[in-house]
Design a protein around this ligand. Structure first.
Ligand code: SAH
Length: 390
């Protein structure tokens, strides 16, 4: 029989609101003796069924809920959930794009599972105990549904540590490809599947990169936190002169390669392996028409919010000071702990300190292959503000 978890009185509320996490403090007792990763039924204090999920006594998130009906979390369940997620991507991607987020964890009702598709290769992160233990089963279903040739497991060691698992860093076995070229809105990018950051590419910036491509039109662009040159390639393809800055030498080399892949001469553009905080301070003012700021998540947890806010304010203030009159600044934050409201306040403070008038032109969020579960607002992490600086 499937073990059951009984919640304390009143703690059923969030489950009735379809929130996918049950924290340790909400649990009154456990019947049966579920092992880490086992399927459990979650009930209220009167023993009424609420949901099913995977149990993990070693995580703050004690149960990750996957179904709010009393049906087993077996391969039929996974096949249905994975197909539903994949059909969304099939319906929104153009033939000019063959890389996308296929499974976006809670956003697709599959807490703990992230899968990115790069042409015929899937890169998966099984970032929760229950998902990790079922990775072979899930992997087979994924390959079967998508017809992809390979699946690479790049589960995140930090996420797994929080789940009480020390997955040894391993080189994926077999004849897996190391690198692959993908197409995004008609631009080519080479992805380092085994060693690239995250799963290899920041797919969540696809729509913003296209927006910058449309605005660039031969203007001068400074791309800060450029990684493999995404924004720069889009802009250079319109005749823009671009400068790409990233602290990672490997990323900067990849950016150069990506220029060449697209028939753009890297020698006609600037690439800098540098810390953006130093670099921005030393550039001459008035040189750039467009500045893109796409930093890593400065706030990784709640306790980082104050320090992170300062860092966001710093780079935005300098960008506002240095961009050309009537130039554009595209500013992003991918920290889920920095709310949209707080980010706006940070930008307000930065603009005021820079002493420039700033107009907000657009506020795009994450693209539709990174859906947000309405019951899990924590999943809405990417904030972008396009501004004109007078
Ligand atoms: N805009 C990119 C994604 C950026 S991810 C794209 O479109 O693909 C964040 C990047 O910031 C990473 O490549 C990381 O190497 C870089 N980075 C982190 N801290 C940095 C710093 N202080 N200065 C410069 N780059 C930094």
């Amino acid at each position: 029989m499937t073990p059951s978890i009984f919640l304390k009185p009143g703690r059923e509320k969030s489950v009735l609101n379809f929130h996918p996490w049950v924290f340790s403090g909400a649990i009154a007792r456990v019947s049966g003796s579920p092992a880490a990763g086992d399927e459990v039924r979650v009930c209220d204090y009167q023993e009424r069924f609420l949901a099913r999920g995977f149990f993990n006594p070693d995580s703050q998130i004690r149960v990750r809920l996957l179904a709010f009906s009393d049906t087993p979390l077996d391969s039929t369940f996974f096949e249905k959930g994975l197909r539903r997620a994949i059909s969304l991507r099939d319906s929104i991607l153009s033939p000019q794009t063959n890389a996308c987020r296929l499974i976006h964890a809670e956003g697709d009702g599959l807490s703990g599972l992230i899968v990115d598709r790069y042409a015929e290769v899937l890169v998966a992160q099984f970032n929760a105990r229950g998902m990790y233990l079922r990775r072979e089963e899930i992997g087979k279903i994924l390959l079967d549904i998508t017809g992809a040739r390979h699946l690479i497991d790049r589960s995140d060691a930090k996420a797994l540590a929080a789940e009480g698992l020390s997955a040894a860093a391993k080189e994926p076995a077999g004849d897996l490809p190391q690198r692959i070229e993908i197409l995004e809105n008609g631009h080519q990018f080479e992805i380092d599947l085994l060693h690239g950051q995250k799963t290899g590419f920041f797919l969540d910036q696809r729509d913003n990169r296209r927006m910058i491509g449309e605005l660039a039109g031969g203007k001068k662009l400074l791309n800060c936190f450029a990684y493999s040159g995404g924004f720069s390639v889009y802009a250079a393809a319109t005749g823009s002169q671009t400068t790409s800055v990233d602290i990672s030498k490997v990323a900067v080399e990849q950016a150069r390669k990506n220029f060449a892949l697209n028939g753009l001469d890297p020698a006609a553009h600037h690439f800098e392996a540098a810390n953006v905080f130093d670099y921005l301070r030393h550039i001459e003012g008035d040189r750039y028409d467009i500045i893109v700021l796409d930093p890593p998540a400065f706030a990784q947890r709640k306790g980082d919010i104050t320090k992170a806010s300062r860092a966001y304010k710093d780079i935005n203030r300098i960008a506002f000071q240095k961009v050309r009159e009537n130039g554009l600044v595209l500013s992003c934050s991918c920290s889920s702990f920095i709310s949209e409201d707080l980010f706006r306040k940070i930008l307000f403070g930065a603009a005021k300190e820079a002493g420039r008038l700033v107009q907000i032109l657009a506020r795009p969020a994450q693209p539709p292959d990174h859906p947000v579960n309405i019951y899990h607002p924590e999943g809405e992490y990417l904030k972008t503000v396009l501004m004109r600086v007078l």
